[in-house]
Design a protein. Structure first.
Length: 290
């Protein structure tokens, strides 16, 4: 039996977008070996190598980059065709309930969603801002944006929006009145502002102030209370205003993935599909790193 012409395309796209075979295997619910063999079959069928892989990283070959771009364009055409069919049957309508993290939600996710009401007048949008992990099905949410590792369950589907790097910052006023920071070891004599109880720098800096809202952490840092670990995109926002200054700019904590998730279902409502697309489009390029 001949191999289907487009066999392996979805697998290839997942490998590229996931960044490695292991995560692609988790998304596809396959073993890492099966993903590797599927990629090998695709490369053999195409007669070229698509990825250069090492123990630490992978990158597209020249042929792989060209094939990836063609696949994306073809996928966009297919999605456009499906959208035409979908719009003929059902325009997005009804109430969309979304759970968004506080800081990222206010700055990026919420503005991407409320713009849908102009395009689809029959839609209503209800947004809950919280950094707590919710049960979408139990609490009646259509989708959520989550920062960090996703639960291992087949009850949820996910689409990656990007990743959030964490860096250290403080106000210029705080840095002027405190000892110079040239390395991680220099943090011991400083005061920190902790985000909940698991802030990375709590082991290195005494943190008498603990907050459960990243925006509040940023506000306290701007006020000169102390050092704060914050998302790089949030630091950049205040650096441009002269309110914060990056500390140890060469040091970064392990970045955390950002996903939009929704309950797995045979048919996705039009309101959920357009909301997911809006979140993807509204994610800035500074968060789209791999």
């Amino acid at each position: 039996m001949a191999t289907p012409r487009f066999d392996g395309v979805e697998l290839f796209l997942q490998i590229v977008e996931s960044g490695n075979l292991t995560e692609a295997a988790e998304r596809l619910n396959l073993t890492r070996s099966a993903v590797g063999k599927g990629l090998a079959r695709l490369e053999a069928r195409l007669g070229t190598s698509l990825l250069q892989r090492s123990t630490r990283r992978q990158r597209l070959t020249e042929d792989g980059q060209a094939y990836y771009e063609h696949c994306l364009r073809a996928l966009a055409e297919l999605e456009a065709a499906e959208s035409v069919l979908e719009s003929g049957r059902q325009q997005p309508r009804g109430r969309l309930r979304a759970s968004l993290p506080l800081a990222f939600g206010h700055h990026y996710a919420a503005p991407a969603l409320w713009g849908l009401m102009d395009r689809f007048p029959q839609m209503e949008i209800e947004i809950s801002f919280s950094d707590r992990l919710i049960d979408l099905a139990q609490e009646g949410f259509d989708l959520a944006v989550r920062i960090g590792a996703l639960p291992d369950t087949d009850r949820l589907s996910a689409r990656r929006l990007g990743e959030q790097a964490i860096a250290l910052a403080a106000s210029p006023a705080y840095l002027q009145r405190t000892p110079w920071i040239d390395s991680i070891d220099d943090l011991a004599g400083h005061r920190g502002i902790a985000y909940r109880s698991n802030a990375p720098h709590r082991e290195r800096v005494a943190s008498p102030l603990i907050l459960d809202d990243l925006q509040a952490v940023a506000d306290a840092a701007i006020a000169g209370v102390g050092l704060a670990w914050l998302p790089s995109w949030l630091i950049a926002h205040y650096v441009l205003r002269g309110q914060l200054q990056a500390v140890l700019p060469g040091h970064r904590e392990q970045p955390m993935p950002i996903h939009v998730i929704w309950p797995t279902a045979t048919h996705m409502p039009a309101k959920t599909r357009c909301a997911i697309d809006a979140l993807v489009a509204g994610t800035p390029s500074c968060l789209a790193g791999s």
